[in-house]
Design a protein around this ligand. Sequence first.
Ligand code: GLN
Length: 488
Amino acid sequence: MTSGHILKTAHEARELIRSGNVSSVELTQSVLDRIEQIDGNLNSYITVTGGKALERAASVDAAIASGDLDGPLAGVPVMVKDNMSTAGTLTTAGSQILKNFVPPYDAHVIERLNEAGAIIVGKGNLDEFAMGSSNENSSFPPTRNPWDTTRVPGGSSGGPAAAVAAGEAFISLGSDTGGSIRQPASLCGVVGMKPTYGLVSRFGLLAFASSLDQIGPFSRDVTDAANTLSVIAGHDPRDSTSSLDSGGVDYAADLNGDLSGVKLGVPKEYLVDGIEPGVRAAYEESLKVLEGLGASLEETSLPLTDQALAVYYIIAPSEASANLARYDGFKYGHSSESAQDAWEVMDMTRGEGFGAEVKRRIILGGYALSAGYYDAYYKKAQQVRTLIRQEFAGAFEKFDALVTPTSPTVAFEAGSRTDDLLAMYLSDVCTIPVNIAGLPGISVPGGFSDGLPVGLQVIGPQFGEQTIFNVTYAYEQATEWHEAHPSI
Ligand code: GLN
C-alpha cells in the first residue's frame, strides 16, 4: 500500500473497499504503518490500539462481504480525541490525573462509530481537559503541526487535526467548547465542524464546560464531515440536553455547487485587531469565490462579538470548576500515594494530577461562582450570553449563514504564546462566539499564507448544519486548498 492511499478522503477509501481494491485490514495496516513512521515527530496519538483495530477490521471486512454492513464509514480507520470514553481503552483527557484511567463504558459517539463499522485506531492528543489552543497544555509530549513541526497544530483537538492532515487517520472526532475543533482544523489545513449544541450526545465525553461542549468531525473534505455527522448525530436519552428531533439526516445527500440565492453575512467585527495580512488576504479572496458561485454577500455588524471572549472566560471556568470536582482521588484515576487522610487524598491528588492551566481555570471558576462575586461575574456573563444569542438570531433573520476567518493567524511557533495568556486566549476570538450562542460552525481550508494553511469559517443558524455544509461544499468545489497536504 502506498502513501497515495492514505492521503485519500474517507469516501474515496470507502469506494476502494466497496470495489474490492483494498480490504479494511489493509487500509488499517497502512494507517498503522503511517503512524509508526511519522508519529514520533508529531505526537498526534496518546494511545494507538493497533491490535484491536486490526481484529475489528477483519470482522468488519467479513460483515461487508456478507452484506451486513454498508454506509460511509464501514471499514474506515478513525481516531477519537482522548476525552471520549472508550471501554477497555485508556482515556486520559491529556491529564496526569487520568493517566491510568480505563473507562468501563463507551461514549455515545463511540457506540455510533462502532455500529457504523468504523475502525478506531487510537486516541488523539489534546490540551489537558481540552483547555488550550496549542496542545502545549497536554501533559503528554505535545502534538506538532505537520506543515511545520516547529509550530503548534492548534488546540485543544491538536492531535485529531494533525492526524487527519498527515494521513494518520481518515477521519477523527474532536470536541469544541470555544473553538477546539475549528481552530486546529484551520491551523492544520483540514475540515473541522462543530454541530449545534444538542445535536450530538455528550454522553461519555469527559466534561469541560457542559453548556458549551460539542463533539464533531475532522476530515479532508466537506463530504466526509457531512457523512460523519450523519453517523454521530441524533437523540440520546443519556444526555439531557440532546435534541429530541435530530438524527436520521443524510447531510451529504444533496450537496451541490450552486449558491444562487444564498445570502451570506460578512460581520466586520471578525476582522479583529492583530489579524495577519496573509490571513485577511486569503479571507477576502474566499469572499470573492463565494460571490462568484452566486451567493449574495453583504457586510453586517455584530457589535457584541467583542464581549464573547470575556463571557467565555467566566462561564467556561465556572462550569469546569464544578465538573472537575469529581477528580478527588477516590472515584477516578490517580490517587496520591503520600496522602495520610481523606483531605490529603483530595488535596494532594489534585495538586499532583492537574497542570497549571487546569488549576488556573478551577480557581477562576470557583471565584466567579462564589458568594459575593456570583452576581457581578457569573450572572452578568449569562446575561451578556443571552444578548449575544439574540444578536446572532437577528443576523439569521437576514442571512442564511455568516462567513468569517476561523483564526486571526496561521499556526504559530511552539512556545511563542505559552507565557502570554491573553495572546493564547485571543487565538479563539473568532470561534468562541459560536459556542456562546450554541450555533453550528465549520472551518474549511481557505488558502495559504507563507506556506501555512488558513481556515474559512461558516456559521449557521441553530440546526443549520445542512446550510453550512452546502456553502462550504460549493466553495470546496471551486477551490483546490483541500487537495494540498503536508509533505511530512
Ligand atoms: N482554546 C479554548 C480554551 O482554552 C477553547 C477550548 C475548547 O474548545 N475546548 O478554553
